[in-house]
Design a protein around this ligand. Structure first.
Ligand SMILES: NC(=O)c1ccc[n+]([C@@H]2O[C@H](COP(=O)([O-])OP(=O)(O)OC[C@H]3O[C@@H](n4cnc5c(N)ncnc54)[C@H](O)[C@@H]3O)[C@@H](O)[C@H]2O)c1
Length: 251
C-alpha cells in the first residue's frame, strides 16, 4: 500500500517548478492530484510527462480569484470524492524585483499580495468543507527564507504566508487539519531561470550566510513538504520549516 493511496491533494502552481515536483511525488505515492495553475497548457504538458493519467486532473485556476479557488475545490470533489491535502505553492518570483514598498504601483502591490498571500487563504477556505467532512487533512504553504529579510514586496508577501500558517494552524486544529509551511532557500526552477543563473543563486546564498554553494533541486524541497503532509508529521503543527542548506540560522 502506497503512503498516499486513496487520498486526494490539490497543488497550486502545479504546472512547473516545485509545484510539478509535488505532483510527481504525490502521484508516485498513490495520491490523486489536482493540478491547479493559471497556465493550464503547461500544466497539461507536465501531466502528460508525469503519466499516472487516472490520478491527475488539471484545473485552470487563478488563486487570486475566490470563485476560481471554489471551482477548483468543487472539481476536485466531483472527480475524486473529496480533498485531504492542499499544497499552497503558487507564487510570483518576479515580485522580488519590487524592493521599494514606497515606489511599487498600488495596482501591482495589490495584485501580488492577493495572489501570493491572500490566494493561500482563498484556497484553504475552498478546501476546508471537504477536509472537515473527511474528518481532517493537512495543508502545506510555501513560504520562503525571503520572509526573514527586508527585501520589499516578496518578503512582505511571504511573511504574510507565515502569519497565515500560524493562525490557520491554530484555528483548524479542532477539525484535525494540520497547517505548516516550508521556507525554501534557492531552488533551481523554471521561474528562477530568467531572474538568476544557478551561479548567481549560489553566490546569493553564500552572501546570505549559507555555508555551502549548493542550490536545491525542486525535489529536495517537495520531499519535506510531503513529510509535513504525511502522518509521520502528525505532531507537527504551525511550523515554518526552512529548507535552505543552513542559510537561515534562527535560535
Ligand atoms: N525557486 C526558488 O528559489 C524559491 C525559493 C523560495 C520560495 N519559492 C516559492 O516557491 C513557490 C514555487 O516557486 P517556483 O520556483 O517553482 O516558481 P515557478 O515560477 O517555476 O512556478 C510557479 C507556478 O505558479 C503558477 N502561478 C503563478 N501565478 C498563479 C496564479 N495566480 N494562480 C495559479 N497559479 C499561478 C505559474 O503558472 C507557475 O506554474 C512560489 O511560491 C515561490 O515564491 C521559490
Amino acid at each position: 500500500m502506497k503512503e498516499f493511496q486513496g487520498k486526494t491533494a490539490i497543488v497550486t502552481g502545479a504546472a512547473q517548478g516545485m509545484g510539478r515536483e509535488y505532483v510527481r511525488l504525490l502521484a508516485e505515492a498513490g495520491a490523486n492530484v489536482v493540478m491547479a495553475d493559471i497556465n493550464a497548457d503547461v500544466a497539461r504538458k507536465s501531466a502528460n510527462e508525469i503519466g499516472a493519467h487516472d490520478q491527475l486532473l488539471v484545473v485552470k485556476t487563478d488563486v487570486g480569484s475566490i470563485d476560481a479557488c471554489n471551482a477548483c475545490a468543487r472539481a476536485a470533489t466531483e472527480r475524486f470524492g473529496g480533498i485531504d491535502y492542499l499544497v499552497n505553492n503558487a507564487g510570483i518570483l518576479s515580485a522580488a524585483a519590487h524592493r521599494s514598498l514606497i515606489a511599487v504601483e498600488a495596482e501591482t502591490y495589490l495584485k501580488i499580495i492577493n495572489i501570493m498571500t491572500h490566494g493561500m487563504l482563498w484556497m484553504a477556505r475552498a478546501v476546508f468543507p471537504s477536509m472537515k467532512a473527511r474528518g481532517g487533512g493537512a495543508i502545506v504553504n510555501v513560504s520562503s527564507i525571503g520572509a526573514y529579510q527586508a527585501a520589499g514586496l516578496y518578503s512582505m508577501a511571504k511573511l504574510g504566508v507565515n502569519g497565515l500558517t500560524i493562525n490557520l494552524a491554530h484555528e483548524l486544529a479542532e477539525h484535525n487539519i494540520r497547517v505548516n509551511a516550508v521556507a525554501p532557500g534557492t531552488v533551481a526552477t523554471e521561474g528562477m531561470q530568467p531572474l538568476m543563473s544557478v551561479e548567481q543563486m549560489a553566490q546569493w546564498g553564500r552572501m546570505g550566510g549559507r555555508p555551502t554553494d549548493r542550490v536545491a533541486g525542486p525535489e529536495e524541497i517537495a520531499r519535506v513538504g510531503l513529510f509535513l503532509l504525511s502522518d509521520a508529521a502528525s505532531y507537527v503543527r504551525g511550523q515554518i520549516i526552512a529548507v535552505d542548506d543552513g542559510q537561515q540560522i534562527r535560535i
